[in-house]
Each structure stands twice: as C-alpha cells, then as structure tokens.
Design a protein around this ligand. Structure first.
Ligand code: FRU
Length: 475
C-alpha cells in the first residue's frame, strides 16, 4: 500500500498546483485538490480530532476511493495529513468506501468498506462489498488487516459500517440493500474481528422508502436513540425529498439486545440543496457532533473547473429539544474563527433594498414576523442566493441563482411558530449554511457567487419588513 499512498499524495500535490481558489472555502474542510465526498472515521482520540473523507486524489471527479485525512485540535482549524488508505488489495481494489473510526484501547482503528467491481467498473449490479479493518500506531500511517465481515447470501450492496462500544461489546450498523429495499443491519463483536448478526435496526417496507440505505449511524440523544441514514430512492413530495438523495433520521427507543422502535416517521435533517451522508462522533466532553458532505450526487459542481470538488459542512452539535425534536447548531468551537465584529442597527424597509456589508462570513439577525407585512423579505448574498420569508406560503426560503439551470431553485422550511425568527448564517466562498431558531431547522446549500461577490443586502418586496438586532463577523 505504501507505494499507492505515495503516488496518491504526489497526485494531489500536482493537482494542487493547478487549483484555483475563487470558490475554495476559507473555513470549511475541502480537499487540497481533487474530489471528496462523505466524511469518514470522525473521532476524537488522544486529544486530536480526526476527519477522514472519501477522496479521489487523481482527479476532480469521483473515482477509485481513497481515504483523505485531516486533523484538528480545536474543530475550527484543520491540517491536511497524508492520504490514509488507498485501494489495491483483493478485497478493496475497487475502492476504500465509507466507514468509521474507533478507539481500541488507544489504537486508532478504521473499519471501512472494501469495494470490488465484479463486472465493469461502475456497473452497480455486480459488486462485492465487505467490511475491512486498518489500524494505526501513530494516527497517520495505517496498516490494513483485511476483511472482518462479509455480506449474507443474496446481498451485494453492504457498506458504510459505523461501530461503537456499549455494554462491554462492539456494535456495528451497516447499510444494505436486500431485494431492492434498503436496510440498516446490526452486528455485534467482542474483538472487532469476529462479528455476528444481531438484527435489523430498520428497513424499507416498500421501494418508496428507499432501495438502499447508505451511511447509517446509530446513537443515543437525550432519552431516545437516533437512526441516521441516507436513503436512496425516496420520491419527492411537495416540499420534501427534493434532492437527488436524502439524509435524515428515525427517532425511537433501543436497548442492547432489543428491537429499535421508532416513534415517528423519517425526517430530513437539513432542508438545503447540499447535505448528504452525515456522520456523528462524540467530542471529548460527550457532545454529539456531526459533519456531512456539503454537496449532492449528480449536482453541477463549478469548482471542478478549478481542479477540486466537494467540501464538508461545519461541525454541528446535535441535541434533543424539550419538545422531542432534533436540534442542530454550529459547534460552539467555531466562535474561535471570529475576527472583526460588526453590530448593525435594527431597521425597517418598505419596498426597498439596502446594502448591509461588503462581506461577512457569519451573520446573526432576527426578523420581526409580527411587525412585517411584506410579501417577501430577507437577506441577499451577491447575485448568488437569497434567504427570505415568503409571507404568502408562510415559509423561509433559500433561493439559489446561477447561469447553470441545474443550480437554480428553492428549498424551504415552514415558518416556525412565534413572532420573531432568529437566523444564523455562515457564508463561505461557495456555501451558505443557515441555522433557524437555535437549530429548529437548517438549510445548507452550495452557492457560486459570480466574481466572488458576496456582499450582503436586506430587502423587502410588496410591503414593509422589520429587521431586528443584527451582528456580523468576518471569519
Ligand atoms: C455515499 C456513498 C457511500 C459509499 C461512498 C462511495 O455518498 O455512496 O455509500 O461508501 O459514497 O464513495
């Protein structure tokens, strides 16, 4: 593997020399060059945060998957590390697909999917997927130990293991596809090497619930358990399931050795255009944190012309609200990114647009819903996007503009109850993340401002709008 890794590192460096930075994030994790998708192996071990990710170092397009690697001491600033895994063994020669990391008595251990194309590369109907193990003594260089879990007869799609320790045992949830229906399969082991099937944690009953459940994750939140997964094949319904694939959760109850009993239907975790394959990990102090891939399969990605594609979201903290709903907020560590601060005074606009700032990367504002009668009012970011209240549909809308019709369109959430709406925006060179009312809803979308224009303005159309307290930061 050493040779393959050295070659891959070399390839990224060569691509890096050609990278253009117009869209390259200032404060999000992205490949130094080439392609990335899912976050993998998120863990805090020996005082260091590790984020691995699906990576193609030879090209800005998806290809034979490697594991890229970055580390951080504070979750806000990241350093790229040498590529951790390269495909090439009999069991992973088609790619080292997604997986997780665990702390096995101080040893950083990766469990990932070895993918093999049995027919032509890219032919999804003939694949073999097994779960493989790799370990590291120094947290940077990894030794592969081969497969530890093979799929049951009749299952080809069997990937994205997430492992945790509970009740003196290791547990693994794996995504699978059986007879055209998605599943989350639960396994248990004493030593991370020998696994036995425990039960199905969940599964689609019909094709409209997904033909494949990718990237499952399973963990306690408050008094409940959350089964997080990324189903493929859901049909769009009204405002829901608008992206190519979805990511969301079932909330319910579980104890080791028992069935998982969801108490409510599948719920999408983020309502934006670009949010997929989220995975969680625990911070040193026990908080449940999450990263997702901030893109969507098959979406146009203008940064490919600049020799890179793909970024991770900001790290977010998950909590369960008193009302039993999941809340997602930016990790509090991100305040370390704040530099220049701006306080902006409340203002009223009637059929007007008012420049607010040249560029701010973090903006907090409140909209006075009760005191506004405009048809639409909110914030515009250059010519690339606007976020506004649609007073007729009674929704908060993120509208994205582009010369590419494939990037145009709206995503939205119902306006929460209450007279005021609080919004927290993070605006990087090619992304917008919106946290609504302390995490009651989130919208994450890639945006591609022309000429780097990210100036902010406020607007009110068809009436009057009242903007309350506003604060901004350069990050
Ligand atoms: C999700 C996914 C995973 C797979 C990986 C391959 O985006 O399709 O199921 O392991 O990406 O890159």
């Amino acid at each position: 593997m050493k040779n393959a890794l050295a070659q891959a590192d070399h390839a990224v460096e060569a691509l890096r020399a050609e990278r253009r930075d117009d869209y390259y994030p200032q404060f999000h994790l992205a490949p130094s060059a080439g392609w990335i998708n899912d976050p993998n192996g998120l863990i805090c071990i020996n005082g260091v945060y590790h984020a691995f990710y699906q990576h193609h170092p030879y090209d800005e397009n998806w290809g034979p998957m490697h594991w890229g690697h970055a580390t951080s001491r504070d979750l806000a600033h990241w350093q790229h590390q040498p590529i951790a895994l390269a495909p090439g063994e009999d069991d992973d020669k088609g790619g080292c697909f997604s997986g997780c990391a665990v702390d096995d008595g101080g040893v950083l251990t990766l469990i990932y999917t070895g993918h093999v194309w049995l027919g032509k590369a890219g032919d999804d109907d003939q694949v073999r997927e097994v779960q493989c193990l790799a370990t590291s003594e120094d947290g940077v260089h990894f030794v592969k130990h081969g497969p530890v879990l093979t799929p049951p007869d009749g299952i080809q799609h069997f990937r994205d293991p997430k492992v945790w320790r509970e009740d003196g045992e290791w547990w693994m949830v794996v995504g699978a596809r059986e007879n055209g229906l998605g599943q989350a399969r639960l396994y248990r082991s004493a030593d991370l090497r020998d696994w036995r099937f425990d039960r199905l944690l969940g599964g689609a009953q019909a094709p409209h619930q997904g033909y494949m459940w990718e990237c499952p994750d399973f963990f306690p939140l408050g008094e409940q358990h959350l089964l997080l997964f990324s189903p493929q094949g859901l049909t769009a319904q009204g405002y829901r399931n608008r992206n190519r694939f979805q990511s969301g959760y079932l909330l319910g109850h579980w104890r080791p050795g028992h069935d998982f009993t969801p108490t409510q239907p599948f719920c999408e975790l983020d309502a934006g255009h670009d949010f997929y394959a989220p995975q969680t990990f625990t911070a040193a102090d026990g908080r449940r944190l999450l990263f997702a891939w901030m893109d969507m399969w098959e979406s146009p990605m203008p940064s490919k012309a600049h020799r890179w594609a793909g970024a991770l979201t900001l790290p977010r903290e998950l909590t369960l609200g008193a009302d039993g709903a999941v809340r997602m907020n930016p990790a509090r560590e991100l305040t370390a990114l704040r530099r220049e601060h701006r306080t902006l005074i409340p203002l009223k606009l009637r059929n007007q647009r008012r420049p607010l700032a040249e560029a701010l990367q973090e903006l907090q504002l409140t909209l006075d819903l009760a005191g506004s009668d405009a048809e639409r009012y909110g914030v515009a970011i250059g010519g690339a996007a606007r976020l506004y209240v649609d007073n007729q549909a009674h929704r908060l809308v993120l509208e994205r503009f582009s010369e590419d019709p494939g990037l145009c369109g709206c995503r939205s959430v119902a306006l929460p109850a209450g007279e005021r709406l609080s919004l927290r925006l993070f605006i990087d060179r090619s992304s917008l993340e919106v946290f609504v009312n302390q995490g009651e809803a989130c919208l994450t979308s890639r945006i591609y401002p022309a000429d780097g224009r990210r100036d902010l303005s406020l607007f009110a159309e068809g009436g009057q709008a009242q903007f309350g307290d506003m604060e901004g930061w350069q990050l």
